[in-house]
Structures are given as C-alpha cells and as structure tokens.
Ligand binder design. Structure first.
Ligand code: GDD
Ligand code: MN
Length: 376
C-alpha cells in the first residue's frame, strides 16, 4: 500500500483537476479483530465527515475477516477507504506499530487516530479538525478529563484507576512536556502529519500519543472533551503485558540509555552478593559459589539490558546471550584470585570479600582503561 501522491497533474491531465484535491484529513484506524464493529464505524464516519474531504486508512492486524467486512461495506461508503493488512509476521509493535505505519500512509496534512470499536465518537472529528485549524495546533487530543469529556466507558473501577493513575504518572515524569495535557492515555487524537518524526518514534504498546508528545520537539497542543463510550462488540486487547510494556517505555523515554545501562549494571551487585552468600551457606566452596552467583548476576544483567536498556523486540535473545555472558565473565579473572586471598588466606567473610572483589573489579577496570585507553 503506497502513500498516494499529494500533488498530481501529469502532462496528459489538465492541471488543476488533481491539484489541491487531496483529502484534508486522514482517519487512521488500527484494528485487531473488529469484524463486528467496522461496518457501523464506517457508516458513522461517512456521516460525520460529510462536507469534509477525508480518507480512511485501516491498519489491520486481524485474523477474524475484518478486511473482508471492510471490502464488502466499502462500495456503499462515500469516503475513500484503504486497508493495510499486516500478516502475522509483519505485526511489529502491536497497536503502536500499526498507528506508526498508518502515519506513513496518510495523504492528508492531518491524521486523526481513532479506535475501531466505536469507543471514540467519529462525530467529534470535525471539532478536532476545527480546533487544529483555528488554533494552529499540531496536536488536538480527544480528552475524557476536560469539560465535555467523560470516561464512563472504562469498564470497571480498576481500569478507571489505571487510566487516571498512569495519566498522573506520565505528567509527574514529564512535567514540562505534558503541561496542560489531561489525557496522555487517549487513543483518540489529531496530529499534523508533518510534525510526526517516525524515525524518532519507538512505539511498542498502547501509548503512541505519549511517544509523540515526548519524542517530538515543542508542539502546540489543544484538547477537547469527548465521551468515551462502551465497546460496541468484542473485548479490549489491553492487558497486564501492555501495562508492563508501558512502564518500561516510560522509563526508557525518561532515562538515557547509558544511565539505564549503569543502573542495571549496579543492580547486578545484589544477586551476585546474595547468590554467593547463600550458595556458600549451603555448603558450596566459596570460589564455586562466586562463579555460579556471577552467572546468576550475568543473567540478571542480561535480562535488564534486554528489557530496560536496549529494549529490542527483534532478533533472538539466545543468540545475543553468549557474547554478553563472555564479556561479563571477564571480571572473574581478577575476582577469583582476589577471593582466594581474601577468604583463603586472610579468612575474611565470603559476603564482604565478594563485595570487595566486585569493587576491585571496577577499580581494576578503571585503571586498565585509564592507563591503556586514555594514556597520554
Ligand atoms: N492494528 C492493530 N494491532 N490494532 C490493534 C491492536 C494491534 O495489535 N491491538 C488493539 N488494536 C486496535 C483495536 O482493534 C481497537 O480498534 C483499538 O486498537 C483499541 O484497542 P482496544 O483493545 O479496544 O483498547 P482499549 O479500549 O482497551 O484502549 C483504548 O482506550 C484507551 C483509553 O483508556 C485505546 O484507545 C488506548 O490507546 C487508550 O489508551
Ligand atoms: Mn476499546
């Protein structure tokens, strides 16, 4: 599915017939198994965008025949409708990845992101667009938490709590960027396509709006209220996994990569120390305990790096592990002889010796780097 040309007019065609006729607004709809919702959605969209020039782009990750339903309804809809169906192998980044791909397909200067389950009212789209034009805004957020908005469609008080809680958390983590934004979690918003820096977005998970607001430069943001409705049919795809993804992403957005690496590395001291002490306590020789506990700490650091530092979703973890483990085991060259002296000769405790050996490893590494790498 290609992004259509914004300006047209080949030699054969009269100029003017295709200039300026691109749509004003591209409605991007991420869908995952919404076969029962897309027909009523398209009908309401068609009605709501009456008098506007718009287009509809589905970015679909469904296995339930959603594209077939869209194809069946399309002829009776005035709006141009396109479907970008992603095969299971192409489904990178879930909902966020789908929206990000949608941005690349927009022919209009404004994109409106809207859910495919009718929780977001299509009738609000003209107001989003009107607000953007009137206030020269880059982003107009459909918010449940300003006047005119309501969150009654959030099934259960638990989801309500999660929604307001994560909104608060985001504003606490990014007080300046998110000043005046009441609904960072909103999945219903307009954005000027030109301000979307797709390369800077690393959207995996639900919170594409947060990514946009944090990763882009200064943006002019407005909000308008809307009533979050109950799901038309089916069940939400939100889950605990998505929640964990979100927390990781928030951390990664806030803390630079080298600092995340340092934090994970420092945290490895805990399993290393604890592991050595426990294994020694249950009868292992202290050098064996140190080697085994180091493997536990390396595994801990590896997981930390995978989840919090590099945050990769592609490639095989198993393939990365050997090189990572090798490099992180080099410390033992220093630590084991030192432990042999501290515990074996001087009869110091295993715990304190482990801690000293870990500190020594850092110091030796510093000295080696200082003398060999940065020598004048
Ligand atoms: N392409 C694609 N791929 N679409 C997806 C995927 C996916 O992996 N997962 C979900 N979707 C689509 C759904 O089909 C629906 O159209 C929309 O994304 C929202 O998914 P829901 O599963 O209905 O999410 P929700 O109702 O729990 O959450 C919505 O409201 C939240 C506010 O509380 C979303 O809009 C969230 O972004 C929003 O934060
Ligand atoms: Mn929903």
């Amino acid at each position: 599915l290609e992004r259509p040309e914004r300006t047209g007019g080949s030699a054969a065609e009269p100029v003017g017939s295709r200039l300026d006729v691109g749509p004003q607004v591209s409605v991007v709809i991420p869908t995952r198994n919404e076969a029962r919702n897309v027909e009523p959605l398209l009908r309401r969209l068609d009605e709501a965008l009456h008098g506007l020039s718009g287009e509809v782009i589905f970015v679909d990750d469904s296995d339930d025949g959603t594209p077939e339903v869209i194809a069946r309804v399309r002829p009776s809809v005035r709006l141009p409708v396109r479907v970008h169906h992603r095969t299971p192998a192409q489904r990178v980044g879930g909902l966020g990845g789908a929206v990000s791909e949608g941005f690349a397909l927009c022919a209009a200067p404004y994109a409106v992101i809207i859910d495919g389950d009718l929780q977001h009212p299509p009738e609000t789209i003209p107001a989003l667009l009107g607000t953007a034009v009137e206030h020269a805004a880059d982003v107009v957020i459909g918010s449940r938490y300003v006047s005119g908005g309501s969150a009654s469609g959030l099934a259960g008080s638990m989801r309500h709590l999660v929604s307001t809680g994560s909104n608060r958390l985001c504003r606490w983590v990014f007080p300046r960027r998110l000043r005046g934004v009441s609904d960072v979690m909103s999945g219903f918003f307009l954005v000027r396509v030109a301000v979307v820096d797709r390369a800077g977005l690393r959207p995996d998970g639900y919170k594409i709006l947060l990514e946009l607001l944090v990763a882009s430069g200064r943006l002019r943001v407005r909000e308008i209220g809307y009533a979050f409705a109950e799901r038309h049919a089916g069940t939400s795809n939100a889950s605990l996994t998505e929640g964990a993804r979100f927390a990781r992403r928030l951390f990664a957005l806030r803390v630079p990569k080298p600092a995340r690496f340092a934090l994970v590395g420092a945290s490895g001291t805990v399993p290393n120390l604890l592991g050595t002490a426990v294994l020694h306590h249950v009868g292992l020789h202290y050098l064996v305990a140190a080697i085994v506990a180091t493997q536990i700490a390396v595994g801990w650091n590896f997981l930390g790096c995978e989840l919090l530092v590099w945050d990769r979703e592609t490639g095989s973890r198993l393939r990365r592990y050997p090189a990572f483990a090798l490099i992180n085991n080099l410390d033992l060259v220093i630590r084991l002889p030192l432990l042999a002296v501290l515990v074996g000769r001087w009869h110091l405790g295993v715990g304190i010796s482990t801690l000293m050996s870990l500190a020594a490893a850092v110091i030796v590494r510093y000295l080696v780097v200082d003398r060999l790498v940065y020598r004048r």
